[in-house]
Design a protein around this ligand. Sequence first.
Ligand SMILES: [Zn+2]
Length: 310
Amino acid sequence: MGSSKLLCVIGVAIIFLQLISGTSGWGQHGHYAICKIAEGYLSKDALDVVKKLLSESAQGELAAVCSWADLFAVRSHYYWSRALHFVDTPDFRCNYDYTRDCHDSSGRKNRCVTGAIYNYTLQLTSACHNSVSESRYNLTEALMFLSHFVGDVHQPLHCGFLGDLGGNRIQLHWYRRKANLHHVWDTEIIDTALKNFYGSDLSIMIEALRKNITENWSNDVESWEECEGNRTVCPNPYASESVSLACKYAYKNATPGSVLGDDYFLSRLPIVQRRLAQGGLRLAATLNRIFDSCGLISNMGRGVHGAYYA
Ligand SMILES: [Zn+2]
């Protein structure tokens, strides 16, 4: 095989692997929408720090890197990060309990999506309030992980049941195509809505979500952004909401072999839209709380070490 042909095969393989790796979080569209909404609610201070921390390839756009943590290359290189995208509960338990549920498959504590949100918030906060100008953490990666995981915790099946891996093992049909239930919630509901209602234009869908936030949901926004006890970050209630929605809507009428069509799509789409909006607003509120009182905005570097899980 000639070298150019080999490169082509490797390229196709990488793209394929990146595509299948995307099955483990909101799909790219969901994460992009959440971060795009968040961008519009960042305070000036927070926006300054975020722009400073982003890599050049992001071109100042947080949304451009919100699926970074799902890339095959990242998941392979930081193998430990695979457990950080979700927190599953014992089978058929519709409540979430940090102490019981936040661990990886080997039982190591704090290795789950809510634990990761605490961890990366702490890395960024400590860098802000440290008198030393250089952090021991890679703050660019901390920001990208945090932005991704706040998205993930809002996907109801990222807080699903252990036995079916948050719906990954439930094989069914999405209209005529084979799919698994987890993928339906990551991607299919959003992509079907994009095609049917928004002319396959993500920016129009995001605009519609923004409009809902300022009109239909305006009375809820304050309570969505709130963090009990003046905390910087509060992922536990988000996970509780997710598992409750998983039981009420995601798993309901979606058993192995089901054919999900219009009834399921139209009744679940409003839940997905609300979760995307909540994810965006809460990500912005969290970044504002972290960065608004950031003492080292002017000389906060990008950190020196690779991603680190404290
Ligand atoms: Zn993810």
